[in-house]
Write a protein that binds this ligand. Structure first.
Ligand SMILES: Cc1cc2nc3c(=O)[nH]c(=O)nc-3n(C[C@H](O)[C@H](O)[C@H](O)COP(=O)(O)OP(=O)(O)OC[C@H]3O[C@@H](n4cnc5c(N)ncnc54)[C@H](O)[C@@H]3O)c2cc1C
Length: 344
């Protein structure tokens, strides 16, 4: 509203400050065994800023903390996202380049990275002898378990009888050689932009990375997930520690409605309903009997419609692969503790 002189009067607006995050500004959080780090550099906004934006009001946008919390939870639950874009976090990170290849895919951040055209390449990440992960046999993209650390006979890993200490020694040799070749090129006067071309992906780089809270939560949801590669997950966990202290109400809502929520597809819902019906009729979920060898009809016809089971499937036989059905089975187990009827 304009005042008597026809001007819009100034309103006092306090800069958002979160003392718990202020204390951490500039403090490095170690990642990857302390070989890398992230450190918060700056931030804008806090939980109250989200509420303020949502109410399109000036000044302190809240009367009671509980009201702020309720509104934030509502916004996050209902995917009302833009108020969360009012907050931003800037970090400084030191990371290996293979992690950065995944990190930089998140296009909604602003980035300024160390240049190996202008400056000499940084050090390399060295994998400890107990840090070599084995290929997951079920998930092509995943890892499962570790190669034994020592090169003892009987320590049979994917690479034969070698242990992690052999692989780490080999890695050291490789890095030393790549470094020596790089240095030789620099000493010969080759431009840094070309001399760097054969450096390994374990070479460190660093960047300033600034992102708004909406997109940061999206990043965290994807990169905290068990399907994300361990290395980037560790960076995401370190960033999550900052978000928890920066915007505690948002973090709580994020855990409740995104991170630990469970999404049901239309197919999931229909199948779940059919299985619950079966259960209520005392179906083979609770009372498996020798006679009930055939997958129960209602469940079976749905599963066949969805392409989850073939018409020939009977209990006790090999069930053809279906990723979507596997995902449903995990959800069913999480919600009910039951195995799918075709597994009973
Ligand atoms: C477990 C896992 C495995 C992966 N595997 C692979 C892989 O094998 N190969 C591979 O190439 N990538 C892979 N990725 C990367 C993935 O496909 C995404 O590129 C990455 O996670 C970034 O997600 P995003 O685009 O949603 O994020 P951001 O780039 O941060 O974008 C956030 C959101 O903004 C919107 N947006 C941003 N830019 C655009 C645009 N140009 N047009 C329309 N909307 C836009 C979208 O809604 C997007 O979701 C993997 C990611 C994960 C988490």
């Amino acid at each position: 509203m304009k005042d008597e002189s026809g001007m819009y009067p100034a309103e006092r607006v306090e800069r958002a400050s979160v003392p718990a995050l202020d204390e951490r500004l500039g403090v490095a959080i170690p990642v990857l065994g302390g070989q890398c780090f992230i450190r918060p550099v700056d931030y804008m906004g806090n939980d109250a800023a989200i509420v303020q934006a949502a109410r399109v009001s000036y000044g302190k946008g809240t009367k009671k903390i509980s009201t702020d919390r309720g509104l934030i939870r509502y916004l996050l639950r209902k995917y009302h996202t833009t108020p969360f874009e009012m907050c931003e976090l800037k970090i400084h990170a030191l990371y290996p380049m293979d992690v950065w290849r995944q990190w930089i895919r998140h296009r909604t951040a602003s980035v300024n990275e160390y240049s190996t055209r202008a400056s000499e390449a940084l050090e390399n990440l060295l994998t400890p002898a107990n840090g070599w992960r084995l290929q997951d046999q079920g998930n092509k993209m995943g890892s499962d378990g570790f190669l034994p650390e020592h090169n003892e006979p009987g320590n049979v890993g994917k690479t034969g009888k070698l242990g992690g200490e052999y692989l780490t020694a080999q890695e050291e040799d490789l890095i030393d050689h790549a470094r020596a070749v790089y240095q030789e090129r620099l000493d010969a006067g080759i431009a840094k932009e070309q001399a760097r071309k054969d450096l390994p992906l374990s070479t460190f780089s660093m960047a300033y990375w600034k992102i708004d809270l909406h997109n940061l939560l999206h990043f965290l949801r994807l990169r905290l997930d068990a399907h994300a590669q361990l290395e980037i997950r560790l960076f995401a966990q370190a960033i999550a520690e900052l978000v928890k202290v920066w915007v505690p109400h948002t973090w709580e809502a994020f855990e409740d409605y995104r991170l630990y929520s469970l999404q049901l597809t239309r197919l999931d819902k229909e199948m779940l309903r059919a299985i619950v019906n079966l259960h209520e009729q005392g179906g083979p979920i609770m009372h498996p009997t020798a006679e009930a060898r055939q997958v129960p009809h209602a469940v079976f016809s749905l599963a066949r419609d969805f392409g989850w089971l073939s018409p020939a499937t009977v209990l006790g036989t090999t069930i053809p692969k279906s990723r979507e059905r596997d995902e449903f089975e995990v959800k069913l187990m999480t919600l009910t503790g039951w195995e799918a009827p075709w597994r009973a």
